[in-house]
Design a protein around this ligand. Structure first.
Ligand SMILES: [Zn+2]
Length: 116
């Protein structure tokens, strides 16, 4: 199973066993399978904001293009974009962190001291 698929399942990118989240917004500290510490350094998941932001912008562009092809009023267009972005950013929060972690461990594999 690839790290990408593990991320989309919100599982540890290394072993695929441990869950990343205990609840919607609260992460588990260590993988229950391999003991990998998910927050690799202080502020580690700030990078996931870029993932979330990038996809939110892409979604806004798609929405703007769609509402230009099938025109609606400006008020409705702004309302649709605002609703989609607000919902998407919250819904995608966990996936952004999981994808960020999977991407990062693929370019910088963890060292022994990152397991506890
Ligand atoms: Zn693991």
């Amino acid at each position: 199973v690839s790290p990408l698929r593990r991320a989309l399942a919100l599982r540890c990118p290394l072993c695929g066993e441990g869950r990343l989240f205990a609840s919607w917004f609260r992460m588990v500290r260590n993988c229950s399978g391999c003991r990998f510490k998910f927050e690799r350094e202080p502020g580690y998941f700030l990078g996931s904001i870029y993932v979330n932001y990038g996809l939110s912008v892409a979604l806004v562009i798609v929405t703007l293009v769609t509402t230009t092809i099938w025109p609606v009023s400006t008020t409705l267009q702004v309302s649709i974009v605002a609703a989609i972005v607000a919902f998407f950013a919250l819904w995608f929060f966990r996936y952004a962190r999981a994808l960020w972690l999977a991407f990062d461990v693929s370019i910088a594999p963890p060292e022994a001291q990152e397991f506890s």
